[in-house]
Design a protein around this ligand. Structure first.
Ligand SMILES: Cc1ncc(COP(=O)(O)O)c(C=O)c1O
Ligand SMILES: N[C@@H](CCCC[NH3+])C(=O)O
Length: 413
């Protein structure tokens, strides 16, 4: 069920009118639905049935502490890519034994912190990282549990910036070279081989690339077994797409079933979904400041900008923009643009809307890769974040202030 739907001509977030929330918390504003986060997580979790698994939410998609708390309480594991994300998960009540650590550039300090709290697994992305992890674990007198992230060289058929499983991408270890690295790992005294890891990209809307990658991972599994290297889980990454416009990605349960049908026996499976849990659990709310029709284009200048939500500018991503309180003003095609001094600062182009200054607009599917990619460009304060739970709303991140932006800077003596 869509947590954001119209009732009596007004957009609601769960049981609350969005316009009321915009008045109460100000704009620009991110709104999240607790129910949607839980529903999306459970759709993955339930689809595994009795099959041993972990659904490790990819924290990078939306790392607000309250979002992590909701998912931790629902039983989620977490996929992290930095020491900052580790700290967030721990503060939100996530269990270290359900954390996997991905990323091509883990530092020795980040490795040590993750080892000390006892995370489940490091997803190692290079030979050099493996050697450093062995050293760091040795200094702490621990053994680091690892999977090697392999790059299977499959085309994820997604935007080139978010495709990760091609030979030319920086991620993972060439799957052909993985057996040798596993043999090296097996020799290292402070490394324990646990699994094989693979993540081929984001916003995938077809099952075929996932199945192609899995086929290659299963071939590697056989090769490793023949070498006497035991594998205790497969981590198949994240990447399931969502509907922004007219994409029709597979249902979460069909995706899990499609993977499970190839898995031998009850070999545990991990997945790392981010977008498919968070994107459609969030809205970005902005207010029209000025209407500026010109001979060439009609601009609606809003108070939200590329620094708040960068996906349209960065990837030419299309996200639906809807009126919070639709009315009968004259309908035309508007470019919804922000106050930032960049031509690329837009949230949407050519959107047929009936607009007046002061209207609130909602950008849909904004719960993933929204706030987390926000910046202070043009010295703009980052927006507030609110979690809606039924008929209650909680401010889960206050709107930033200029003082907070300037706190770390000093004038020269
Ligand atoms: C290693 C890894 N796991 C999981 C994810 C989450 O991807 P998505 O949000 O597309 O599910 C990403 C991002 O693409 C990633 O790099
Ligand atoms: N930030 C990207 C997704 C990146 C995926 C990270 N591995 C987006 O908004 O679509």
């Amino acid at each position: 069920m869509d947590p954001f739907s119209y009732r009596d001509g007004e957009l609601f977030a769960e049981e609350l009118p969005v316009a009321q929330l915009a008045e109460r918390f100000g704009t620009p504003l991110y709104l999240y639905s607790r129910d949607a986060l839980e529903t999306h997580y459970h759709a993955f979790d339930d689809a595994f049935g009795e099959h041993p698994h972990r659904v490790c939410y990819a924290v990078k998609a939306n790392s607000n502490l309250a979002v992590l708390q909701v998912l931790a309480q629902a039983g989620a594991g977490f996929d992290i890519v930095s020491g900052g994300e580790l700290e967030r998960v721990l503060r939100a009540g996530g269990e270290p034994r359900n954390i996997v650590f991905s990323g091509v550039g883990k530092t020795a300090g980040e490795m040590a912190d993750a080892l000390k709290v006892g995370i489940h697994c490091f997803n190692v992305e290079s030979a050099a990282e493996l050697e450093l992890l062995n050293l760091v674990a040795g200094e702490l007198d621990r053994v680091a549990p690892i999977a090697i992230r392999v790059n299977p060289d499959v085309d994820a058929q997604t935007h080139p910036y978010i495709s990760t499983g091609l030979k030319e991408n920086k991620f993972g270890v060439d799957i052909q070279k993985a057996p040798a690295l596993y043999q090296r790992a097996a020799e290292l005294p402070h490394i324990k081989v646990l699994g094989i890891d693979c993540h081929i990209g984001s916003q995938l809307t077809r099952l075929a690339p996932f199945e192609d990658a899995l086929e290659r991972v299963l071939k590697l599994l056989g090769d490793l077994q023949a070498l006497g290297i035991e594998i205790h889980h497969l981590d198949l990454g994240g990447g399931l797409g969502v509907t922004y416009q007219d994409e029709a990605p597979p249902a979460r349960s069909d995706y899990v079933q499609a993977l499970l049908k190839h898995i031998p026996g009850d070999l545990p499976v991990h997945i790392e979904p981010g977008r498919s849990i968070a994107a459609n659990a969030g809205l970005f709310i902005t207010q029209v400041l000025f209407l500026k029709p010109t001979e060439h284009r009609n601009f609606a200048v809003v108070d939200g900008a590329m620094n708040d939500l960068i996906r349209p500018s960065l990837y030419s991503a299309w996200q639906e923009i809807v009126p919070v309180t639709p009315h009968d003003a004259d309908c035309r095609d508007w470019d919804i643009v922000g106050p930032v001094c960049e031509t690329g600062d837009f949230l949407g182009k050519d959107r047929a809307l009936a607009l007046e200054a002061g209207d609130y607009l909602a950008v849909r599917s904004a719960g993933a890769y929204g706030f987390v990619m926000a910046s202070n460009y043009n010295s703009r304060n980052r927006p507030a974040e609110v979690m809606v739970d039924g008929d209650q709303a909680f401010l889960v991140r206050a709107r930033e202030t200029v003082d907070e932006q300037l706190r770390l800077e000093t004038l020269l003596p």
